[in-house]
Structure formats: C-alpha cells, structure tokens
Design a protein around this ligand. Structure first.
Ligand SMILES: Cc1cc2nc3c(=O)[nH]c(=O)nc-3n(C[C@H](O)[C@H](O)[C@H](O)COP(=O)(O)OP(=O)(O)OC[C@H]3O[C@@H](n4cnc5c(N)ncnc54)[C@H](O)[C@@H]3O)c2cc1C
Length: 235
C-alpha cells in the first residue's frame, strides 16, 4: 500500500492519475525571517497578523528572545533555484519597499533582520479529481493543498491522517476504505478550503470545512486508543 503524504508537489498524485492537476502558483511569495532585535514587543504566545496595503505580515516572539516573522507578498513565479539565489539583502529591500508606507511595525522588523531571510513561491491545488487508484492514495497537501492564507493545510493533513487510519483499521478492503476516506475528507464545495485564501484574501471563515470524522456507525466500535499522553485519547 502507498499513502502519498508528499506535499503540494506530490509525485504520488501523478502516479495515481497521470492527468492530475499541477500545483497552481498563487502569485505570491512567502518570505521568512528571524531577528534577535525587538523593534516591537510581541510575546512568545502571541501571533500578530498585519494586513498591509501591499502585503501581509505575521510576527511572533521567540521564546529565547527576538522575533520570528513571515511576509506574504505578490511576486512572479520563481524556480527553486531562482528563489534560492535571492539574497537576504534583496529580500530585505523588497519587503521594506512593500511595507514602509504602512503605519505598522512590519518594515522596522524586516529592517532589523540581519540573519538569513528565505523565500519561496506559494502554490495550491484546489481540486484533485482522483484520490486513489488500486492500493495507492494521497493525503494532506497532496490531496488538497490550501494556500497558507487559508491557514488550514496542516489541520486538514492531520485530520486526513486520522480518518484514513480509522478507515484502514476498520474496513478490510483497501478500495472501500479509500472510498470511505475520500467521501469524508473531500471538501463539498468547489475548491473548499484548498481554494480559499488566494492572493492575500483571508477567508472570513473556513469555507469548505471537511465533513466530520468517519461516523461511528460505519466503523467497528473500539475502545478509545491511548496515544501515550496521559490526558489524550483518540476515539
Ligand atoms: C507560510 C505558510 C503558513 C502556513 N500556515 C498554516 C496555518 O496557519 N495553519 C495550517 O493549518 N496550515 C498552514 N500552512 C500549510 C501547512 O504547512 C501544510 O498544509 C502542511 O504542511 C501539509 O502537510 P503535508 O504533510 O500534507 O505536506 P508537507 O508538510 O509538505 O510534507 C510533505 C513531506 O513529504 C516529503 N516528500 C516530498 N516528496 C517526497 C518523495 N518523493 N519521497 C519522500 N518524501 C517526499 C517532503 O520533503 C515533506 O517532508 C502554512 C504553509 C505555509 C507555507
């Protein structure tokens, strides 16, 4: 059995269906940095999300001091090699130009960053027509990659893993198990969460929330499974 949890550029998706859609460039770069300086105080348990005129910015305090930040800004599609070739100084100058007109701390945080700044292109895969074939299936971003703007991809990947595990646990025939998994995890609306959050539009809510986890009546009753944490059980 092959479960492809191999991300937005999944090879397994193409193995299952050679006609599967390619990842779609969203027109945005995601850029990350850390500074040991604190032009603004942000506690370690807080994430400040800033919507600027021309870009989106997020900052959180690092537990040992300093600030972690990310920026989401418009830009042309870059190959991996092109993205890797952009220097810290180039990212810094580009981001300062994007954020300096805003009355927010974004530009000051970027300007205070002397540690490496890295950036990548941002892709999504709103719909994948075929989720399984024979003894192969996909999960997480491989099946429905949401833009980071949707802030849902990791949650969906974890939910996929739990539902798929339950289906394989309780349904002997892999094709039936995969059908059941797909029925519960494919978003009902076109694109669902994976289609949301384009070009900096934050979804007001979670538009295509996947259906609830597999209904108990479809699966064999089992006692709760202890996960190794004293207060956490999976039903
Ligand atoms: C800037 C940013 C912010 C985000 N914010 C949020 C958020 O707030 N909330 C949220 O829920 N989600 C968020 N996401 C999305 C989230 O990170 C992804 O949806 C999630 O990581 C998908 O998990 P995955 O396991 O499906 O894929 P991935 O995390 O991409 O993991 C796939 C793994 O497969 C490996 N792999 C790929 N190909 C192969 C191969 N051929 N052989 C072996 N291994 C392979 C890769 O190296 C990788 O380790 C954000 C993403 C970004 C970029």
């Amino acid at each position: 059995m092959l479960i492809g949890a191999d991300g937005v550029h999944s090879v397994t998706r193409q193995l299952i269906d050679p006609a599967a859609p390619e990842p779609r460039y969203t027109g945005q770069h995601i850029v990350y940095g850390f500074t040991d300086k604190t032009p603004v105080e942000v506690p370690a348990d807080t994430y400040q999300m800033i919507r600027g005129e021309k870009g989106f910015f997020g900052i959180t305090g690092a537990p040992a001091g300093g600030l972690w930040w990310f920026a989401r800004v418009s830009g042309p599609e870059l190959t991996s090699a092109q993205a890797a070739a952009v220097t810290t100084a180039q990212w810094r100058d580009q981001l300062i130009a994007v954020f300096e007109a805003d009355r927010t701390p974004a530009a000051a945080v970027v300007a205070a960053t002397t540690e490496p700044i890295v950036g990548t292109g941002n892709y999504d895969v709103p719909t994948v027509p075929t989720w399984h074939n024979g003894r192969m299936t996909i999960a997480g971003d491989a099946a429905h990659a949401a833009s980071p703007a949707a802030a849902q991809g990791a949650s969906m990947a974890i939910e996929d893993a739990v539902v798929l595990a339950k289906c394989l646990r309780d349904i002997a025939d892999p094709a039936t198990a995969f059908d059941t998994y797909e029925r519960h995890r494919r978003e009902p609306g076109a694109g669902g969460a994976a289609g949301a959050g384009q070009r900096g539009d934050e979804p007001a809510a979670y538009p295509g929330a996947p259906r609830p986890a597999v209904q108990q009546r479809e699966l064999a009753p089992r006692p709760p499974h202890r996960l190794g944490f004293p207060h956490l059980t999976m039903h």
